[in-house]
Design a protein around this ligand. Structure first.
Ligand code: SAH
Length: 397
């Protein structure tokens, strides 16, 4: 018999609005003895059916809904159908690249599952007890659906700890990657280290924003802060930037960035056209301001300054500081592409922080566009927590 999670009175409201999370505090009692990842039936205090969900005894999110339809049966075939849906929908949505996020967790109604495709290699993250319980069925289905043989696991994200799951990495199917996987994104080539790179190896989510930078880079001097392996830098060079200075504190990331320069036939560019600087961005910005340097296009794509709600104040100050400095470095007519990938910093708050930086920098700036992750990173309308990457494109006037 399927175990039941009975909620406290009134706690059914978010599920009735099809929000997929059941918090521990909402649970009145459990009937049966479900194991981690088992499918449970979630019921309201009055007994009404609410959802089929994956049980996660160690997490504050005690269960994540698979389905709100009583007639569904959560089995391997059901999961394969959802995976097929997610993969098929991407085909028309994302073109011109062989790096695509095929599955984006709650956004694809597969809570806790992330699948990125880099050419013919899949990289998977199981970030919740539910998808962990179905891992072998998920891998088999992905191989069938995509035809990709090589599947690598990168379940090393911090979210797993909160689910009571240990970190896991390694080959799930096929052979171990012999080296970085080469991809082509809108004519720019990148090498993705799926074993040691950040997340699953590459910031797939910034694809559209890289294209936007490329489209506006011609003739501009560019400063790319927190460049990682040079995604925005290569896009700017492809777009005809006059010069690109890229800054990151990671020597490994910069080594890969230099490799990208070669991979794209740009190794002949001198330091004056393409420079990679291993340095702290805060220090670099301070020094550039002191030296009254000027740039025509600046990218600020920092790491997650606010890993949780507890860090919001400090993170807000850090975002403010880098934006303020960058705005001072922008020539009139210059463009700023500024991002935050902290889920705890909402779109409105981020805009307020950047507006404060504009004011304090003593400049005037126009917002030309709000920026977000690409079309392969959907956010379910009933799950606003799925929104994490946000950005603004500003012009100094
Ligand atoms: N913009 C990148 C992704 C940035 S990830 C892209 O599009 O691919 C964040 C990067 O910031 C990492 O590479 C990390 O090494 C770097 N980083 C973190 N703190 C830093 C600091 N204080 N100064 C310089 N780089 C930093």
């Amino acid at each position: 018999m399927t175990a039941q999670l009975i909620l406290k009175p009134g706690k059914e409201r978010s599920l009735l609005r099809r929000h997929p999370w059941v918090f521990a505090a909402a649970v009145d009692r459990i009937q049966g003895a479900p194991a981690p990842g088992d499918t449970v039936e979630v019921r309201a205090a009055n007994g009404a059916f609410l959802a089929w969900a994956a049980f996660s005894p160690r997490s504050l999110i005690r269960a994540r809904a698979w389905s709100f339809r009583a007639e569904d049966r959560i089995d391997a075939a059901w999961i394969e159908a959802r995976l097929t849906d997610a993969v098929e929908r991407r085909r028309a949505l994302v073109t011109g690249t062989d790096a695509v996020r095929l599955v984006f967790g709650e956004g694809d109604r597969l809570p806790g599952l992330v699948v990125d495709r880099y050419r013919d290699t899949l990289v998977v993250q199981f970030l919740a007890a539910g998808v962990e319980a179905w891992r072998s069925e998920i891998v088999d289905a992905l191989v069938r659906i995509t035809g990709c043989r090589d599947v690598y696991e990168r379940s090393d994200a911090s979210g797993r700890q909160r689910e009571g799951l240990e970190q896991r990495e390694g080959v799930l199917h096929g052979t171990a990657p012999a080296g970085p996987v080469e991809i082509d994104e809108h004519g720019v080539r990148y090498a993705v280290d799926v074993v040691a790179g950040h997340k699953t190896g590459f910031y797939v989510d910034q694809r559209d924003n890289r294209a936007l930078v490329a489209a506006h880079a011609a003739g501009r001097s560019v400063l790319n802060c927190f460049c990682y392996t040079g995604g925005f830098s290569l896009a700017a060079l492809r777009g005809g930037a006059r010069s690109v200075l890229s800054v990151d504190s990671s020597a490994d990331a910069l080594a890969m960035a230099r490799h990208h320069q070669q991979l794209n036939g740009l190794e002949a560019l001198g330091e004056d056209r393409c420079a990679w600087r291993e340095a702290d961005v805060f220090e670099t910005l301070k020094r550039c301001v002191a030296q009254e340097q000027r740039f025509d296009l600046i990218v600020l794509d920092p790491p997650k300054f606010a890993p949780s709600m507890h860090h919001v104040d400090r993170a807000a100050r850090a975002y403010k500081e880098i934006n303020l400095k960058a705005l001072r470095l922008l020539a009139p007519g210059g463009l700023l592409f500024t991002f935050s990938c902290s889920g705890a910093i909402g779109v409105d708050l981020f805009q307020k922080i950047v507006a404060g930086a504009v004011f304090d920098a003593g400049v005037e700036a126009q917002m030309l566009r709000r920026l977000q992750a690409g079309l392969d990173h959907p956010m379910l309308m009933t799950h606003p927590e799925g929104e994490y990457l946000k950005g603004l494109m500003l012009m100094r006037v």
